[in-house]
Design a protein around this ligand. Structure first.
Ligand SMILES: [Zn+2]
Length: 158
């Protein structure tokens, strides 16, 4: 746990936040690099009479995009055996970026307390819940860490 906090501190101190850019599709969600074309411009081309409302819609949506390099890697992975794993990693990245995963840590903290209580009551019978709540707690911290970590990219600009 302390290790996670140290890592997060290091990340947020030396990195720049890219989460908003990734959600808008300005940056690649796989490698966090900036994508050269401008999705707002593309969006404007598709909607010739762009109103402020359309713009608001654009800035609210989750528009995950991959850069050409990552797309190529992904296509390459499709033909190799790693495809399942890399697909899973990509999908979980997308999931952790998206608003859908907001409550995920909450679920794990509920599981944690449930197992903790079960352990208190069933200590004499089984040690299972002792390990189970520790795993749940670890997963909880890991998700918190990962969600912050994904939002930052190393700042190599200045
Ligand atoms: Zn990329």
């Amino acid at each position: 746990m302390i290790l996670f906090i140290i890592k997060i501190r290091k990340r947020t101190k030396n990195g720049k936040s890219v989460k908003a850019d990734i959600l808008l599709g300005l940056n690649c969600y796989s490698c966090k690099e900036h994508i050269n074309d401008d999705p707002l411009q593309e969006f404007a081309n598709r909607h010739p009479n762009l109103t402020q409302e359309d713009r608001d819609v654009f800035f609210k949506q989750e528009n995950f995009r991959m850069c050409t390099a990552c797309k190529r890697d992904d296509t390459l992975n499709e033909v190799t055996k790693d495809s399942k794993l890399s697909n899973f990693i990509l999908k979980s990245k997308k999931y952790l970026y998206s608003k859908k995963s907001r409550f995920l840590p909450l679920y794990y903290i509920i599981i944690y307390f449930t197992f903790l209580l079960l352990d208190v009551f069933l200590k004499e019978q089984t040690r299972f819940f002792f390990y189970a709540y520790n795993v749940a707690l670890f997963v909880y911290w890991y998700i918190i860490f990962k969600r912050i970590d994904l939002g930052y990219a190393p700042d190599d600009g200045k």
